[in-house]
Design a protein around this ligand. Structure first.
Ligand code: NAD
Length: 295
């Protein structure tokens, strides 16, 4: 059966590395620390939880966090004003807009207002554009797909020359994951909701990244023997025996895939913990760049 790629352990290792580097940065700059600003608009419970855990993670590694919580009724101009304030604040090295924004706001406009130099989520069109171009280097790469690649690299999975299939083409995960795999010299196929036979295409993959949002979509018969499977999906399914009445599962049928794959990420404990680890690492990089320690 497949080896389990332990995202929780790998993320913990990265957090330790970030902690050490924050200490080094401090001593090299006479006490400066990286700073992350999180902009939350409205009071969605899930967004509030994400923001809380991001701030907690910052604290644990010595990154200063700044927050601005705006009411749901705020205008787009109110949000843009907050973004501008953080753009100009030299103690802030990363700015994160917690998505989704309320419907009356133009997400594209707000994301584009974030300074490219502080775009630690990697969603600014200039950073995405550079990610898509040969010979260009984006300042930041989106955290979840970056976390997927980091899991492969730290598990010694060869990407070069391999056939990778990405299931899903969202701006946040699927599309940047495909671009990243290509930068690592994989041959990449993207499967999406209009692909007639996604199972047949996925069966040809040496590496599968599933980012769909459909519980257990990817069965064991989608997996080529020996493939490496990265499951990004986080899907609640009813479970009366669970405390909250539900539990979280991936896009991949874990039990079935385990019988076919050579390595696989579990849900939870796979990609999930990597996203925040990459956010911390992006924020650290941004601070190092601001203080002239890296290019
Ligand atoms: P999304 O809804 O924006 O995109 C889903 C994509 O899947 C679309 O491109 C669609 O074309 C494709 N798709 C839908 N049904 C399909 C089907 N039957 N066959 C093939 N393709 C199909 O979702 P997203 O934001 O990319 O998130 C995907 C999943 O990853 C969700 O479960 C989400 O919760 C999870 N997620 C996890 C993390 C993390 O681990 N930190 C971060 C982001 C998203």
């Amino acid at each position: 059966t497949a080896a389990i790629i332990d995202g929780k352990m790998i993320a913990e290792k990265i957090r330790q590395e970030v902690t050490e580097e924050v200490t080094r940065l401090k001593s090299q700059t006479g006490g400066k620390v990286p700073g992350l600003a999180v902009v939350l608009v409205g009071s969605r419970k899930d967004s509030e939880t994400y923001v809380r855990s991001k701030k907690k993670a910052c604290k644990e590694v010595g990154i200063a966090s700044f927050g601005e919580d705006l009411p749901e009724s705020s205008s787009e101009e109110d949000v843009l004003a907050v973004v501008r304030k953080f753009n100009e604040d030299p103690s802030v090295h990363g700015i994160l807009i917690q998505l989704p924004l309320p419907k009356h706001m133009n997400e594209e406009k707000v994301l584009a207002a974030v300074s490219v130099e502080k775009d630690v989520d990697g969603f600014h069109p200039l950073n995405i554009g550079k990610l898509a171009m040969q010979g260009r280097t984006p300042l930041f790469v989106p955290c979840t797909p970056k976390g997927c690649i980091e899991l492969l690299l730290r598990s010694n999975v060869d990407i070069k020359g391999k056939h990778a299939v990405v299931i899903g083409r969202s701006n946040v995960v699927g599309t940047p994951a495909a671009m990243l795999l290509q930068r690592h010299q994989a041959t990449v196929t993207v499967v999406h909701s209009y692909t007639p036979n996604p199972a047949e295409v996925t069966r040809r993959a040496d590496i599968v990244i599933a980012a769909v949002g459909v519980a257990h979509l990817v069965g064991g018969d989608w997996i080529k023997p020996g493939a490496v499977v990265i499951d990004v999906g986080i899907n609640p399914i009813e479970d009366p025996s669970a405390k909250k009445g539900y539990r979280l599962v991936g896009d991949v049928c874990f039990k079935e895939a385990c019988m076919k794959a050579s390595a696989i990420t579990p849900v939870p404990g796979g990609v999930g913990p990597m996203t925040i680890a990459m956010l911390l690492s992006n924020t650290l990089d941004s601070a190092k760049r601001a203080y002239g320690l890296i290019n």
